[in-house]
Every structure is written in C-alpha cells, then in structure tokens.
Design a binder for this molecule. Structure first.
Ligand code: C5P
Length: 205
C-alpha cells in the first residue's frame, strides 16, 4: 500500500505521515528533505538558487547531507522552496522518490506533489491542511520553544511566502489530487489529527 500525504508548510503533514508509518509499520520518506538538501548544497556551494543550472548541479548532493541538522532551518526551507521551482530539479529527484514508493512493503511519502505527480496511483491520498492562522500559531509556538527571536507576524509572513511560491509554480504546484481526502486540522490537536488520518487509511484498505 502506498500512502501519499501532501499539504502546505506547518499543516502537520509530516507529523501525520510519521504517525501513519509507525501505526501501519511502513517505511516513510519526507520528500521535503530532498529539496532541503538541494537548497543546502546550493548554499554550501555559494550558488544561485534561482538559476536552474546551479540548482540542478546541487541536486547531485551526497547522501550524508540528508542528516545535516541545518536542513530543518527556516532559511533552508526557503531555499528548498526556491530550488523546487525548477522542473530540472524536480525531474532529478523523481526516480529516487518513486523507487522508495515501489518497495514491496509499501510506503508513506509526504510532500507537495506525491498524490498528483510522484505516486498518482497511490491507494490512499491525504491532503492535510489548516488555516493560515492555525499554521502560524503552531510554527510560532515551536520556534518560541526553541528560544528563537522571531515575532508572530514574521512567522506568518514566512508561511505566506512559502504557500505563495509552492501553490503558484508551473511545475507540480501544491494542490490536492482530485481523488485526495482533504483533512483540515485547523480545529484538531495533534492526537485528534493522527486519529482522523489513521481512520482515513483504515477505510481505504
Ligand atoms: O515540507 P518541507 O517544508 O520540508 O519542504 C520544503 C520545500 O520543498 C517546500 O516549501 C516545497 O517548495 C519543496 N517541496 C516540493 N515538493 C515536495 C516536497 C517539498 O516542492 N514533494
């Protein structure tokens, strides 16, 4: 069984995807990490994320980069969103994602275009979303817990900028697949979101 989990930044899709993978005993790939590694590689090379040639060269990153703690930073998230606009970069990362999905055990993949482009035949497609305010509150609380010096307004703006870029790019824009189940977690806490997601998968089995 292939389970595709897509959604905007700070929607809770990563948490939900990991919980589903643990519950059903499936391997999980956070595909955002691949784009983040490309962004990090661009940064390390002092290259230009908006130049498709530079970004494509960075798509050939060493596997060791995937465990770089910097990958989780907002700066790298922003770079990831810029390099992911280039169709050449998306094409370079495609086969790696499909190979992961083809494992005999089945798999859970989360990202932006899993249900639409990477695994259009996935048995279960979840599109996890939440209002801009709810996502801002969650991300802001996370950052405050990390002792980060940032205002709520700045966090909101970062999220809006990322949404705008991810939804309006020409190649593989962020949108629910026509056959996706849309899970709006605005009014749900973490436990309730996970329970709801597991129920969707159970019903699809
Ligand atoms: O999910 P995460 O925030 O780690 O993703 C970082 C960026 O990578 C996203 O904003 C998006 O631009 C890009 N991405 C993508 N396709 C995916 C996963 C991530 O374009 N499947």
């Amino acid at each position: 069984m292939i389970i595709a989990v897509d959604g905007p930044t700070a929607s809770g899709k990563g948490t939900i995807a990991s919980a589903i993978a643990a519950h059903f005993g499936l391997p999980h790939l956070d595909t955002g990490l691949l784009y983040r590694a490309v962004g990090r590689q661009v940064q390390l090379a002092g290259a230009d994320p908006d130049n498709s040639g530079d970004a494509l060269a960075a798509a050939d990153f060493p596997d060791s980069l995937l465990s770089d703690p910097e990958l989780r930073s907002e700066a790298i998230g922003g770079l990831a969103s810029r390099v992911s606009i280039h169709p050449e970069v998306r094409a370079a990362l495609l086969e790696r994602q499909r190979a992961f999905a083809r494992q005999e055990s089945g798999a859970v993949l989360d990202g932006r275009d899993i249900g639409t482009v990477i695994c259009p035949d996935a048995e279960v497609k979840l599109f996890v979303t939440a209002s801009l305010d709810a996502r801002t509150d969650r991300r802001f609380a996370e950052m405050q817990a990390q002792g980060r010096d940032i205002t709520r307004a700045e966090v909101r703006e970062q999220i809006e900028r990322r949404d705008e870029r991810d939804m309006n790019r020409k190649d593989a824009p962020l949108k629910p697949a026509s056959d996706a189940f849309v899970l709006d977690t605005t009014a749900l806490d973490k436990t309730a979101s996970i329970t709801a997601a597991i129920e969707v998968v159970e019903n699809a089995r």
